[in-house]
Design a protein around this ligand. Sequence first.
Ligand code: ADP
Length: 371
Amino acid sequence: MTDTGVSTAANASLDGLHPLEDRYRLILEGINQAFCVVEMIFDDQGIPIDYLFLETNIIFEHHSGLADAVGKTARQLVPGLEPIWFERYGKVATTGESILFVDSSAAMSGRIFDINAFRIGGDDSRTVGVLFADITERMSSDQMWLNYVAMVSHDLGTPMTIAKGQAQLMLRRGTFSADRVTTIIDQIGRMERLLANLRTAVRAKNGWVSLHVLQEDLDQVVADSVQRGRLQSPDREWALTSDGPVPGYWDRERLEQILDNLIGNAIKYSPPASPIIVRLSANGTMARFSVTDAGAGIAPETLPHLFQRFYRVNPGGATPGMGLGLYITQTLVTAKGGRVWAESEVGVGSTFIVELPIRHEPEVASANSPV
Ligand code: ADP
């Protein structure tokens, strides 16, 4: 009896009743994550332009919102799908390097996805497996808030440890070191940016109104931000070009945050000795300032995504960050009736430009104003 049972089970497996593939399928249907297998489609120049769905699991439709995907291409299902998705999976297919990232797609109703993509097969394979979950709700709920606070607390730890260590070393040795003081200032600058962003997020969450609009000269606010940047990164050439004073009613705290985020990024994403140029101009009704770096630059297809929440071009890279700085910058700029955008050339550098209306009268506080 026992013998028969054992041999039946063994035979079932050997006979192919439960082949390996079926067992994997059972696992993929059992997990609460969407899964699909796609075949990348490249143009004549080898640029990834689309992908064909070969296989999906049952929960795929729930997470993606796409019905009957198998046999159709991404462009057929989502005509306006952002090219970045083709690029990412194309890169996985050609390099064999798997990626893990969080991003949203405007073309897919702004859903936020947590994604793990990997190549299936060897060097010649252009097939990619994508394991993902729609985390939109999680991100927009209290969980997102907790994640964010956890990330900020974690990110504050590093600069604090570095600054404290440098100060303790000077104390122990009883010597003054300009390099160590510069490092301390640099790390405090990082903490200030993190805290300023956290403060904005707290206010946005609680719907607090914060309008400290006073008569200020934008020219001076910009010059002060450049000075802070110079202290953080003294080994590079800093240039500030300005048409002169731009008086108006400005929210200094917000302006500093916008400028510090952009200047902080220019420092972070360009070599330590490369120049940073800040320009300011105004025409009576509008003021425009820009921050130009000589960093690696950003591919044109990537530019529209930079301002999305949690978006990072190189999420696994060595540069620390949360992909929130530009999102918060854009929130602040648009709240002030302005716009921000980026221009960039790969291998040359990037320019982030902000345009803001000049207020000649004090602003009237709105109860719903988020910032
Ligand atoms: P973080 O720097 O924390 O990642 P941001 O929202 O400030 O978040 O920026 C989002 C992404 O945009 C960065 O991860 C980086 O990939 C890219 N980026 C921002 N500024 C620059 C810049 N000056 N040069 C190149 N890439 C940049």
